[in-house]
Design a protein around this ligand. Structure first.
Ligand code: BTN
Length: 306
């Protein structure tokens, strides 16, 4: 109901009468008034006068009603240990694809390689449940599609020079804007779900990490609506997944890469390697040319631009 009230108010240039809202939503004036009161309490600047209601500014909320058409698949938690845990539970209980768990803050946010992901208020922290019809062998392409899609949204919508660092970080001017963590479960050789967790520094103070981090607010000099970014990203990703671009995604990723043809250091669970990142194969493994000319194929690890 809140979603529909907000849509009616936002789509109108001026005042919308209480009776018009009741007629459109098929509900009573009292019910409409209660929802509006609740929205006002949450910081929505909704003026009420003798002729009806008018909306001014809206706070940057991530509640389901802010995502019309997706309300049933959005789970908002003001605080949670990690959106990955909640999403895994939902995915195992067969929630639909594009279920999204989004948190105001995380108390035990997880990064890759068992790192902590600092998740204070103001950032965008969410996990999206994906159910691509893909063999497990190709599953990592999903992560590359996700990071490529989000970088596109950031470039086109916010005019930032978002580049992709292997495997799935988004950097701007060498500073980390976004990190991505994924968890997959399969049935036989088919993917059952891939949960992709994204931490994007938006209006938060990013933690001190390697490479140094940056937020969108710092880059643009103004606060940015997390709701708008998430809406744009989910729309773009859903469209991209429908076209099943599995043969072309790696080429698209390479075109936006800031890793290829650069000297890098790669740290894996077992090795510490240096060389030039010459290519990424069709399943996302990094091909590293080492100083002695030998090639190494790195499937999982941390990459530092030298
Ligand atoms: C990385 O760069 O190491 C990946 C960071 C991923 C962080 C996101 S925030 C939302 C989701 N929940 C988590 O606990 N982690 C991911």
């Amino acid at each position: 109901m809140k979603s529909r009230i907000l849509a009616l108010l936002r789509d109108s240039d001026g005042v919308v009468s209480g009776s018009a809202i009741c007629a459109r939503l098929g509900t009573s004036r009292v019910a409409v008034w209660k929802h509006i009161q609740k929205l006002q309490e949450m910081g929505y600047a909704i003026e009420s006068g003798p002729k009806g209601y008018r909306i001014g500014s809206s706070p940057d909320r991530l509640h389901p009603w802010e995502f019309p058409g997706r309300e049933d698949r959005m789970v908002y938690l003001p605080e949670t240990p990690s959106t990955m845990d909640v999403a895994k539970d939902l995915a195992r209980r067969d929630c639909p694809a594009f279920t999204v768990v989004v948190a105001g803050r995380q108390t035990r946010g997880r990064g890759r390689m068992r790192r902590v992901w600092g998740s204070e208020e103001g950032g965008l922290y969410f996990t999206v449940v994906l159910r691509p019809h893909l063999p497990v062998l190709w599953s990592s392409r999903v992560n590359f599609l996700v990071s490529l899609t989000l970088a596109g949204v950031l470039r086109e919508g916010y005019d930032v020079d978002a580049g992709l660092k292997w495997p799935n970080d988004i950097l701007v001017q060498g500073r980390k804007l976004c990190g991505l963590l994924s968890e997959m479960e399969s049935e036989g050789d088919q993917v059952r779900f891939i949960n992709v967790g994204i931490g994007l520094n938006v209006n938060n103070r990013p933690p001190a990490v390697e490479p140094p981090a940056v937020s969108l607010q710092e880059l643009l000099g103004r606060p940015v609506s997390r709701r708008d970014i998430l809406t744009r990203f989910l729309d773009e990703l859903e469209q991209a997944m429908h076209t099943e671009p599995w043969d072309t995604v790696m080429a698209g990723w390479k075109a936006r890469s800031v890793t290829l043809n650069r000297p890098v250091r790669i740290v894996t669970a077992r090795d510490d390697l240096s060389g030039t990142a010459v290519d990424v194969d069709e399943n996302g493994a990094l091909l590293l040319k080492q100083a002695d000319g030998t090639m190494a194929t790195v499937v999982y690890g941390d990459c530092f631009l030298a």
